[in-house]
Design a protein around this ligand. Structure first.
Ligand code: SF4
Length: 409
């Protein structure tokens, strides 16, 4: 497909430094590949059945292109053939990097308005972790240490569970559904391996690994990073405007993304692809290059810059806290002590006083930036957990005292 006259007239965007692959394809090659993918999407859409399409949209480059494809296909169809409901599913961990969640929410608003205007059967769903599983409830309430590569308790609780639950609900309600994902083989070796394991193909659907009645469709599977960027640069966002904001966000943050994670197999990429967008609290990587990149770019106003710096400092303080053994208890929340081979106890959750200190500093930070970083509901939930943990701790202390008295007696 040749670019339209309007597309050819559009001034080219500045070169993007983070495109690592050499520019080997011409614009015509990429336009042809895009057209081929679009035809596959159109053919799949028009197949028998009217089960809904669930489009996983994180606001990142791949899912933006995925949604663009679906949108363009819908736009070419007469209204009576647009028979499938389309659900755009996004996730907010409640601790997302502020610029990234800002972009996601703004784009969802524009997309929703444009879909309504165009008469597309589109609904937008933004999932969030359940209150008992938010970042702060686990960290401050239960005393979990900030996530590490080996103890990454967050992805499943904050991303996979809420999204999985929604997809399950939609599949139950409609009997079947197709889940569209923006994953590509060239993203990483593990991605390629997972896609091969599940038989994911760009030109058709395959069964979801755990949700019965749900099929998965990954039409971008064979596109490269270069393809995705060039297509986004050359084509306007069909819901209005350009992708300039998205491109700028990536450029300033220095690259990758923490995508909408839908399965445990995808989880390893969450928080580890460096640099990446993710939660501002993410301690899986030691150095958050994306947040520091956003700060260094000076792309936002002074107030926003200051806010990002304060958040980044808090994240670093959490890492220091995790590495300070004196802040942690050797007794687990169930009262047990785990011993190493040499008989010394392993470290358990943060001590109650450490958890209280984190909450105090988080609230102070919220006041400083003029934005609540933790909700009242989360605080109530945390209080309840602390109350129970305190009861356990008091009971253990009384027992210790009692045993001592008996021994002394
Ligand atoms: S970005 Fe980091 S903190 Fe957020 S879910 Fe992923 S691994 Fe966890």
């Amino acid at each position: 497909m040749q670019p339209s006259a309007e597309e050819q007239d559009r001034p080219p965007l500045p070169a993007v430094e983070y495109m690592e692959q050499p520019v080997a394809s011409t614009i015509e090659d990429i336009a042809e590949r895009y057209q081929a993918v679009r035809e596959v999407v159109a053919r799949t859409y028009l197949r028998e059945g009217d089960e809904p399409w669930i489009v996983a949209y994180s606001g990142g480059k791949d899912s933006t292109l995925l949604l663009q494809l679906v949108w363009e296909v819908l736009g070419e169809l007469p209204a009576e053939q647009r028979r499938r409901p389309i659900f755009i599913v996004s996730n907010d961990t409640l601790v997302e990097s502020p610029l990234v969640i800002g972009h996601l929410k703004r784009s969802l608003e524009i997309i929703g308005g444009a879909a309504q205007e165009a008469g597309f059967p589109v609904s937008i769903k933004l999932t969030q972790p359940y209150i008992n599983q938010t970042f702060w409830v686990n960290l401050i309430g239960r005393g979990y240490i900030p996530p590490t590569r080996n103890f990454r308790w967050c992805t499943d609780r904050m991303k996979i569970q809420p999204t999985d639950e929604l997809i399950n609900r939609l599949v139950r309600r409609h009997k079947k559904a197709v889940l569209l994902i923006g994953t590509r083989r060239s993203e990483s070796t593990s991605r390629r391996r997972n896609m091969a394991k599940h038989g994911v193909q760009a030109d058709g659907t395959n069964p979801h690994s755990s949700i019965r009645g749900c099929r998965v469709f990954a039409p971008l599977a064979d596109l490269t990073d270069e393809d995705v960027w060039l297509i986004l640069m050359q084509r306007a966002a069909p819901w209005g405007g350009s992708h300039r904001q998205l491109i700028t966000l990536y450029r300033n943050a220095g690259g990758g993304e923490c995508p909408l994670v839908l399965t445990k197999e995808d989880a390893p990429s969450c928080g580890t692809t460096s640099p990446r967008f993710g939660c501002w609290t993410c301690t899986v990587v030691q150095k958050d290059r994306s947040m520091r990149g956003l700060i260094a770019s000076g792309a936002s106003d002074d107030r926003e810059q200051e806010k990002l710096e304060l958040l980044a400092d808090f994240r670093e303080w959490l890492i220091a806290l995790r590495e300070d053994d004196s802040k942690r208890s050797t007794v687990r929340r169930n009262g047990r002590i785990k011993l190493r081979a040499d008989g010394t106890p392993t470290l358990g959750p943060f001590r109650l006083e450490t958890r209280r200190e984190i909450l105090r500093r988080l609230e102070a930070l919220g006041e400083e930036i003029g934005e609540a970083l933790i909700s009242e509901g989360e605080k109530e939930y945390i209080e309840e957990i602390w109350r129970r943990d305190q009861v356990g701790e008091d009971a253990r202390n009384s027992l210790k005292k009692l045993l001592k008295i008996e021994i002394e007696a």
